[in-house]
Write a protein that binds this ligand. Structure first.
Ligand code: BTN
Length: 309
């Protein structure tokens, strides 16, 4: 009902009488008043006068009803430990594909390689639950696809030069504005679910512990809508999803990356591989030409761009 009231108030930038709302929505005027109070408690600035109600301002909070057409798929939390954890439970208990768990803040946000993902208010933190019919080996392409789509969305919306660093960090001028973390479960070699967690520095201040991080707010000079960003990403992601696991994604990734042609160092808990990043293989592995001329393909790890000697 809250979403119906908001939709009606948004239909015209003017006062809507209590009587009109009550008639059109089939509720008593007392019930309308109670819902208005509920919306105000959620941060909506709704003015009330003798003539009726007017929506003066809305919070940038990704409540489900802010995503018309997707409402049943959006699961909003003001604060949670990690959207990955909730998404895993949902995926295992049969939620529909394209469900999204989104939080304003996380108390135990997780990054790649067991790191903490700082998740203060103002950022956008969500996990997208997918059920692609693909072999496990090809799931890495969907990972790359998500990064390409995110970089493209950021470039299109904010005119910033968002590029992908292998495997799927999003950088602007070598500073990280977003990261992706994927969790896959498979049976035999077929993916049963694939959860893609995305953290974007939007209106938050970059954590002091991360000098190589930037936020969209800094880059564009003011706060931007997290709701519009999430909606645009989901639209773009779904639009091309049928080709997300195909080989063409590899070419698209190459066009969006700043890693190829760079000297890199890829670090895993056991190995460090140094050399020139020359290509990626058909499953997204990074091919590095080492000092002795041999090519080594790495499939995971922390990638650092190094200055050319
Ligand atoms: C990285 O290390 O770059 C990946 C960061 C991924 C962070 C996101 S925020 C939403 C989701 N929930 C988490 O706990 N992590 C991911």
């Amino acid at each position: 009902m809250k979403s119906a009231i908001l939709r009606r108030l948004r239909k015209q930038d003017a006062v809507v009488s209590g009587e009109t709302l009550s008639r059109e929505l089939g509720l008593s005027r007392v019930a309308i008043w109670k819902h208005i109070q509920g919306l105000r408690a959620l941060g909506y600035g709704i003015t009330a006068s003798a003539r009726g109600y007017r929506l003066a301002e809305a919070p940038d909070t990704p409540y489900a009803w802010e995503f018309p057409g997707r409402e049943p798929l959006i699961h909003y939390h003001a604060r949670t430990d990690s959207t990955m954890k909730i998404a895993r439970q949902m995926a295992r208990t049969g939620c529909p594909p394209f469900s999204v768990v989104v939080a304003d803040a996380q108390t135990r946000g997780r990054g790649r390689m067991q790191r903490v993902w700082c998740s203060e208010k103002g950022g956008l933190y969500f996990t997208l639950i997918l059920r692609p019919s693909v072999a496990l080996i090809h799931s890495a392409r969907i990972n790359l696809y998500a990064a390409i789509i995110l970089a493209g969305t950021l470039r299109g919306m904010f005119a910033i030069d968002a590029r992908v660093k292998w495997p799927n960090d999003i950088l602007v001028k070598e500073k990280k504005i977003a990261g992706l973390l994927t969790e896959v479960e498979a049976e035999a070699d077929q993916v049963t679910y694939m959860n893609i967690g995305i953290g974007i520095n939007v209106n938050n201040d970059p954590p002091a512990s991360e000098p190589r991080a930037a936020t969209i707010k800094q880059l564009v000079g003011g706060p931007v809508s997290r709701i519009a960003l999430l909606a645009a990403f989901l639209d773009a992601f779904e639009a091309d999803f049928s080709v997300a696991a195909e080989n063409g994604v590899i070419h698209r990734w190459k066009a969006a990356t700043v890693t190829l042609g760079r000297r890199v160092e890829v670090v895993t808990p056991r190995t460090v591989t140094r050399g020139l990043a020359v290509d990626i293989d058909e499953n997204g592995g990074l091919m590095i030409r080492q000092a002795d001329g041999s090519i080594k393909t790495v499939v995971y790890g922390d990638c650092f761009h190094r200055k050319s000697p």
